[in-house]
Design a protein around this ligand. Structure first.
Ligand code: ADP
Ligand SMILES: Cc1ncc(COP(=O)(O)OP(=O)(O)O)c(N)n1
Length: 259
């Protein structure tokens, strides 16, 4: 069985973060492990508070995992500050972590900051060089590319700009487009549009976390990056389309729809 590691924040409502990642790993019939970076008090209506774990303790969790069960692929999600980012980079290099998918989580859809803006530079300098693929949404792509990303043309431009300064692939996600859910992948100097039929469902909490974890699970199974992203997008589409309706706000996905 493939072994997967998520390095991310905890979402008490179970819809995003570590919880979404572990559910996605299980739905892909892989073995999931977790290194928690921050704990959020969060529900379907928003983020109430956040506590970041000390960097040293994040490091100890990484030591515990890597000295026992070596992961076949790693997903990195919420990394709130420079100290946490630096220790993750150091440990991934020390243990030679491979097949790394980075979801550069900055702000939750409900509008809360999940990463200090001062940490963006450290993320780009220390973690991006280790990534096989990064998966920004449109607003994250704006921050990373320096251009405003508001439509598909901008998504493609941003993917190319970011792709010029990182060695891995770039997937700019179009979940916040109005009339489609198309994503664009820039890999090896080529653009691939991944078409997505937009589902009329307000319950999309954790879509970004789910997609990046599904990509990591597929890479661990030996798929190339383009196939891993295509398959992950299909899995995510099914989980949104199963229309679970839990909570008083923007509810979570149904990870059990094809089990
Ligand atoms: N209503 C929807 N119908 C179909 N796919 C969606 C929908 N909303 C988001 N997606 C897909 O979910 C994934 C995550 O996208 P996005 O919401 O932009 O990321 P994030 O959660 O990081 O903001 C993308 O593949 C996007 O196309
Ligand atoms: C702990 C934690 N990590 C990440 C997110 C963001 O989740 P994501 O799937 O990117 O998107 P939204 O659910 O915010 O649309 C989070 N909320 N909490």
């Amino acid at each position: 069985m493939e072994k997967l590691l998520t390095i991310a924040g905890s979402d008490s409502s179970g819809g995003a973060g570590i919880q979404a990642d572990l559910k996605t790993f299980a739905a892909h019939k892989t073995y999931g492990m977790s290194v928690i970076t921050s704990v959020t008090a969060q529900n379907t209506k928003g983020v109430i508070d956040v506590i970041d774990l000390p960097g040293e303790f994040v490091g100890k969790q990484l030591d515990a995992v890597f000295t026992d069960i070596f992961p076949d692929a790693i997903k990195i999600g919420m990394v709130s500050n420079e100290e946490i980012i630096e220790i993750i980079a150091e440990k991934l290099k020390q243990y030679n972590g491979k097949n790394i998918v980075v979801d550069p989580v900055m702000v939750s859809t409900s509008g809360s900051n999940l990463m200090k803006s001062s940490a963006t530079r450290t993320l780009v300098q220390k973690i991006f060089p280790l990534a096989d693929i990064i998966t920004p949404n449109m607003s994250e792509a704006s921050v990373l590319s320096g251009i405003e990303v508001k439509d598909k043309e901008d998504m493609e431009k941003a993917a190319k700009i970011i792709g010029e300064f990182i060695k891995g692939a770039v997937l700019v996600k179009g979940g916040h487009l109005e009339d489609s859910a198309d994503d664009v992948l820039y890999i090896d100097g080529k653009i691939h549009w991944l078409k997505g039929e937009r589902i009329d469902n307000p319950n999309t909490h954790g879509t970004g976390c789910t997609l990046s974890s599904a990509i990591a699970a597929n890479i661990a199974k030996g798929m190339d990056i383009l196939t891993a992203v295509e398959e992950a997008k299909q899995y995510l589409w099914g989980a949104i389309n199963a229309k679970l309706d839990i909570g008083k706000g923007r509810g979570p996905l149904n990870h059990l729809y094809n089990i």
